[in-house]
Design a protein around this ligand. Structure first.
Ligand code: SAM
Length: 202
C-alpha cells in the first residue's frame, strides 16, 4: 500500500497531508474480495461483484483532492460500493464529522458495511438505497461525492448541498466540480476523459 501511495504522490495525484494520512491508515486490501486481493495495491479498478468495481486508486485520489474533505464536515458518498472511499472520508472528517455512505445494490451494500466494520468508525451512516433520492434536508451536506456517472446533476443532490459546499460528480465522461454559490447557482469546473459505471436512479 505504501508503494502505491508513494507512486500517487510522485505522479501528483495525492497532495494534501490529511488525505495522505488517511490513505496510510486505510488498507485498500481490506475492501477487496479474496479472489482479486492480490491486486489490491495495483493502480487499477477491480471487480467487487454485481458488475461493479472498486474504483481505480488514482481516480479516488484525484476526486478526493478535488473534494478537499475537512475535519468536522458532513459528507455524502453516493455509490459507496466496497466502502473504501467511505472509510477514507470517515478518517479525514474524524469524530466531529460524519459520512453518509449510500449504495443501491443490496449485495454491495452488505459487502461495504461488512468491510467498514473492520475499522471502528462511529461516524459513518450506511444506507441501502438510491443516493439520488432525498436522504436529508436541503443544505445538510458540506460536500457530496458521487462514484457513478449521470447525464445531468440530480436536483436532489444540488438541494442537499449547503451554500458554499462542493460536489464532485461524473457527468458522462467528465468529472464535474460544482461549488454552490447560492441556492440556485453553481461554479462549475470540468475534467474530461474518465470512464465510470452508470448512476442508476430507481
Ligand atoms: N467508491 C466505490 C468503491 O471504490 O468501492 C465505488 C463503487 S462503483 C465505481 C460505483 C457504485 O455506485 C456501484 O456500486 C453502484 O451500484 C453504485 N450506484 C450507482 N447508482 C447509484 C445510486 N443511484 N445510488 C447509490 N449507489 C449507486
Amino acid at each position: 500500500m505504501q508503494q502505491l501511495i508513494q507512486n500517487l504522490i510522485d505522479a501528483g495525484y495525492l497532495k494534501t497531508p490529511e488525505i495522505i494520512r488517511a490513505w496510510r491508515k486505510i488498507d485498500r486490501a481490506d475492501f477487496i474480495p479474496d479472489d482479486v486481493k492480490k491486486y489490491a495495491y495495483e493502480n487499477t479498478p477491480l471487480p467487487i461483484g454485481n458488475g461493479q468495481t472498486i474504483s481505480q486508486p488514482q481516480v479516488v485520489a484525484l476526486m478526493l483532492e478535488l473534494l478537499q474533505p475537512k475535519r468536522g464536515e458532513k459528507i455524502l458518498d453516493v455509490g459507496s460500493g466496497s466502502g473504501w472511499q467511505s472509510a477514507l472520508l470517515a478518517e479525514i472528517v474524524g469524530e466531529t464529522g460524519s459520512v453518509t455512505a449510500i449504495e443501491r445494490i443490496p449485495e454491495l451494500f452488505a459487502l461495504g458495511k461488512n468491510n467498514l466494520e473492520k475499522y471502528n468508525f462511529h461516524n459513518i451512516e450506511s444506507i441501502e438505497g438510491d443516493g439520488t433520492a432525498l436522504i436529508k434536508q436541503a443544505g445538510y451536506y458540506d460536500k457530496i461525492i458521487v462514484a457513478a456517472a449521470s447525464d445531468s446533476v440530480p436536483e436532489v443532490l444540488k438541494s442537499e448541498l449547503k451554500v458554499g459546499g462542493t460536489m464532485i460528480i461524473p457527468i458522462k465522461e467528465n468529472i464535474f466540480v460544482l461549488k454552490k454559490i447560492d441556492s440556485e447557482h453553481f461554479l462549475i469546473k470540468e475534467f474530461p476523459g474518465f470512464l465510470f459505471v452508470p448512476l442508476i436512479r430507481d
